[in-house]
Design a protein around this ligand. Structure first.
Ligand code: G3P
Length: 227
């Protein structure tokens, strides 16, 4: 399962790409608005940081199919026509736009998915990814992981090529459970990347290794001993 960053915060993207195996970046209008900066240079900067081997998913701000397609075509040009996906919320206009974007050779992520049937219809429209929102389902006493597991099952039963890019996470447990569904990818905020690898016993173990080494070799490191 791949891990993407759900942020447009430049410093966080730089840090996460340096330390973590980041497969790409996803944005939506809320995430972009938080940065409150020039949109075009922000997108350029993100592409510059992540390079062309990582995915970039940018959400449309239009609602009518013809305008969504125009945005997708221009964004695709702007970010280098490689590993770009236009994120389109699932509406009737969105489905029409998804089909036309695919015909134009542009990657499509159908987003704001809350049900299994929305995901199946998005796959029929040719979407490369569907983005179900886990935490927002959990927040209304629904079960986000259950929805994702049934989307995965329905896709398997129908031999669907569309992949699941699960979004909206607040904790590691949700990510762990989504991983068990066989979802292809999750997109998470930078803080959750740190939470994914945190365990106090890891730090206790590292402390013990350091103490035991120092009792014999003092402050010398391996390179001091082998060069
Ligand atoms: O990409 C969709 C995702 O950003 C929604 O997450 O945390 O706003 O529910 P959240």
């Amino acid at each position: 399962m791949n891990f993407l960053l759900d942020t447009a915060h430049v410093d966080s993207i730089k840090r996460c790409c340096e330390f973590f195996p980041v497969a790409g970046v996803t944005t939506n209008p809320t995430i972009i608005s938080k940065e409150n900066t020039d949109f075009k240079s922000l997108i350029y900067t993100i592409r510059d940081i992540i390079g062309f081997d990582r995915m970039l998913h940018i959400q449309t701000t239009s609602t009518e199919a013809k305008d969504i397609v125009k945005e997708a075509v221009e964004l695709d040009k702007l970010v280098g026509r490689k590993n770009f996906f236009i994120k389109i919320p699932i509406t009737a206009e969105g489905l029409k736009a998804a089909k036309e974007c695919k015909e134009a050779g542009i990657g499509v992520t159908m987003t704001a998915i809350f049900t299994q049937t929305q995901a199946l219809i998005a796959s029929n429209a040719g979407a490369d990814y569907v983005a179900p929102y886990i935490n927002r389902l959990d927040n209304i006493v629904s079960d986000g992981v259950h929805v994702v597991s049934e989307i995965a099952e329905v896709f398997r039963m129908n031999n669907v090529n569309t992949k699941i890019l699960a979004a909206s996470f607040k904790n590691v447990e949700q990510i762990h459970k989504v991983a068990l569904t066989g979802a292809d990818s999750v997109t998470i905020n930078p803080d959750i990347f740190d939470m994914l690898i945190y365990h106090p016993l890891t730090y206790y173990a590292i402390d013990d290794f350091d103490k035991d080494w120092e009792t014999v070799y003092g402050d010398k490191k391996i390179l001091d001993l082998i060069k």
